[in-house]
Ligand binder design. Structure first.
Ligand SMILES: Nc1nc2c(ncn2[C@@H]2O[C@H](COP(=O)(O)OP(=O)(O)OP(=O)(O)O)[C@@H](O)[C@H]2O)c(=O)[nH]1
Ligand SMILES: [Mg+2]
Length: 206
């Protein structure tokens, strides 16, 4: 749950990038970290195994400035995608307000996307959160692989696999090139803020 300080008008929300191993979660955060220097005032915390796999999480706070009189701070996290790190994924999901599900467009990763989405649904349920209700944006990453001759799933197939029931906003992206990385972030921040505003109004009406 987001941290809201009504007196000092500070709102802090947590957004988690989720998805199968090597789908490009860390690369999304690295791109944001490097491109949005004005909004990031601290080092990116990143815990890696040998090579470039995330062992625990990546994290940095993203400063949105003032929205409706509130100082808005977004905490951006990634989970480790490797199947064996499920308990860590659960920990990182604690208190999540919004999720970006990063899917890998490489055809050979098709099943991994579906398995990871199911794992997200299960792990959210442990916190009594419903994947159909939480702010969620889907990113079809690595679209640039087609240029390199790698077999890439078409977007219709990915929508059918992943998004036919969720009907979440979705974007094609390339985290290495930066295409639609910031747009994905903007959309999940927008969705998360809208959801928190609704919750806050309901609380105040009680
Ligand atoms: N071609 C291409 N490669 C990408 C893209 N995004 C990430 N990669 C590459 O995919 C590999 C894995 O990327 P990461 O960002 O480390 O993946 P991750 O999802 O954080 O992986 P885990 O930490 O193991 O869960 C790296 O070699 C990246 O350079 C992309 O959009 N296009
Ligand atoms: Mg990673």
């Amino acid at each position: 749950m987001a941290f809201i300080n009504l007196k000092d008008k500070i709102l802090q929300a947590k957004i988690v990038y989720y998805g199968p191993g090597r789908c490009g979660k860390t690369t999304n955060l690295e791109y944001i970290y490097n491109k949005c220097r004005l909004q990031v005032h601290s080092e990116m915390v990143t815990v890696k195994t040998q090579g470039d796999r995330t062992l625990f999480f990546d994290f940095f706070p993203f400063d949105m400035g003032k929205i409706n009189g509130y100082e808005v701070k977004i905490q951006l996290y990634t989970v480790p995608g490797q199947v064996k790190y499920n308990s860590t994924r659960r920990l990182v999901l604690k208190g999540v307000d919004g999720v970006v599900f990063v899917a890998d467009s490489a055809a050979e990763r098709r099943d991994k996307n579906v398995i990871s989405l199911r794992n997200l649904e299960e792990n959210l349920a442990l916190y009594n959160k419903n994947i159909y209700e939480i702010p969620l944006v889907i990113q079809y990453n690595k679209r640039d692989l087609a240029k390199q001759g790698v077999e890439v799933l078409d977007v219709e197939t990915m929508e059918k696999d992943i998004n036919s029931r969720l009907k979440a906003p979705s974007f094609e992206a390339s985290a290495v090139e930066g295409g639609n990385v910031v747009l994905t972030l903007k959309k999940i921040i927008y969705e998360t803020m809208a959801s928190l505003e609704k919750e806050l109004k309901q609380e105040q009406a009680k």
